[in-house]
Design a binder for this molecule. Structure first.
Ligand SMILES: NC(=O)c1ccc[n+]([C@@H]2O[C@H](COP(=O)([O-])OP(=O)(O)OC[C@H]3O[C@@H](n4cnc5c(N)ncnc54)[C@H](O)[C@@H]3O)[C@@H](O)[C@H]2O)c1
Length: 426
């Protein structure tokens, strides 16, 4: 690609679209984040980012230098060379793919697309989406994809909060609907990613992304089941896993916990199993892992009840504290967090629940609108303290000393050499 800045429009200014926009803007391209959330757009235009790892000062500099802007007006698509779609792909209430945001984004693209543009889909989605949803919508708008406009799929692999592997040093899979689409997409990503992995078709890339996430979901499910089995055998699952992980080949450790969370792992594998239903094929590993992982919050709550029972206390009326409500440590993302499901279940059984999370000072109203207690609070007054997400900042020593019943769901104390019971070794 020559040195003329590329005009890039990125639909979706979330955990994926915003860091991607910043990466391109840093390389002197002219980037516009297009988002339907006007409040988010206004905040971004003021240089305020709520995505972990995106620095508001850098955002302000890029805005001042004219490299980055945000808008809710889809007309901006008209002047782009490259349009990248990073909108959410959630599940509906019946846990099937909810393709509404993606369809809505495609409507905007189809309405304002121009000949010669490269359209790239990055959202994680079911295998076949690019060929069956994106291409036909562009054809309906009068284009000949692959000839007068180019189409590619390149799944995002961002791991929010990971300081070692970021966009630039995480290899990126890229696929085009034809050779020229692929070459154009490779030229674009070369600007911001060190190693690109071209594959032969968008469906291959779509399935590769789902394999990555299904691999994690299934292995976390296995770790959760091993933890339950270890509990029956009276041994500590974290000691078992740490011991097995000393094998230098053929084993990769995964940790048990209160369930599975985030926008990806509990959601993406179900896009694949949903797609397989069209072939009357049941994705067995996916449904089993889903069943085990979705059952963990309930398991945790039962263990808390068992722990209280030993002191002749009931869950009903108890004062419990949850430490960490995000779906993983060191991020402020509560989407699909199993900790919130634990909170909901505890409350449904009559427990009074407080939470401590330095990264989430307030919970949204749909999760009860509570405020986090302070890090220096007194923990003696709680009947049970449950560590659901082990952020670095939690006061582990004081939690171990002051809690009347301490239940670790993540092996956080063991990994800090502090003696404390976990929920499996009660
Ligand atoms: N978060 C991750 O770590 C991660 C990693 C890899 C892949 N993904 C995938 O990337 C995609 C985006 O995920 P995310 O985490 O950035 O989601 P997000 O919810 O953080 O951000 C999505 C943004 O898109 C906006 N949006 C919704 N509909 C839109 C539309 N029609 N037009 C323009 N903007 C629209 C929303 O307002 C929101 O700001 C999903 O498919 C997800 O599975 C996420």
């Amino acid at each position: 690609m020559d040195s003329t800045p590329t005009r890039i429009v990125i639909l979706g200014a979330g955990y994926v679209g915003l860091p991607l926009a910043i990466a391109f803007a840093r390389q002197n391209n002219l980037v516009t984040n297009l988002d339907i959330d006007q409040e988010k757009v206004d905040a971004l235009r003021r240089g305020s980012s709520s995505v972990t790892g995106v620095d508001s000062e850098e955002l302000k500099t890029l805005i001042r230098d004219g490299k980055y802007t945000a808008t809710s007006k889809a007309e901006c698509i008209k002047i782009a060379n490259v349009v990248i779609v990073c909108v959410p792909t959630p599940l509906s209430k019946s846990r099937e793919p909810d393709l509404r945001p993606l369809r809505q984004a495609l409507e905007a693209v189809a309405q304002f697309a121009q000949r010669g543009q490269l359209i790239i889909l990055e959202s994680t989605t079911y295998p076949g989406t690019t060929q069956e949803l994106v291409v036909p919508r562009l054809e309906k708008a009068g284009f000949h994809p692959g000839e007068d406009l180019y189409v590619a799929f390149s799944p995002e692999r961002i791991d929010t909060g990971n300081r070692e592997y970021q966009l630039h040093n995480t290899p990126k899979i890229v696929a085009g609907i034809n050779e020229i689409s692929l070459q154009k997409a490779l030229e674009v990503y070369e600007l911001v990613v060190e190693k690109l992995v071209p594959v032969s078709s968008p469906t291959t890339a779509e399935l590769a992304k789902l394999l990555e996430n299904t691999f994690r979901a299934v292995n976390i499910g296995l770790a959760n089941e091993v933890a339950v089995m270890a509990s029956h055998l009276g041994v500590d699952p974290f000691e078992v896993i740490d011991a097995a992980a000393t094998k230098p080949f053929g084993f990769m450790p995964f940790s048990p916990g209160p369930g599975i969370g985030g926008h990806c792992l509990p959601v993406d594998p179900l896009y694949l199993s949903w797609r397989m239903n069209h072939f009357a094929y049941e994705a067995k590993f996916i449904s089993l892992a889903d069943q085990v992982n979705q059952g963990m919050p309930d398991y945790v709550v039962n263990r808390v009840a068992d722990g209280l029972n030993r002191s002749r206390l009931s869950l009903n009326g108890s004062r419990t504290l949850l430490c960490g409500v995000t779906y993983k440590p060191e991020v402020n993302d509560i989407r699909e967090s199993p900790a919130l499901e634990v909170m909901r279940l505890l409350e449904s059984k009559g427990a009074h629940v407080d939470y401590l999370d330095p990264l989430v000072p307030h919970l949204p109203t749909r999760h009860g609108g509570k405020e986090s207690i302070q890090l220096d609070s007194d923990f003696h007054s709680y009947d049970a303290v449950i560590v659901t997400t082990p952020h670095q900042q939690l006061p582990y020593d004081r939690l171990a000393k002051e809690s009347r019943l301490l239940l670790d769901t993540r092996g956080a104390f063991r990994h800090r050499n502090i003696s404390a019971p976990n929920i499996w070794s009660l």
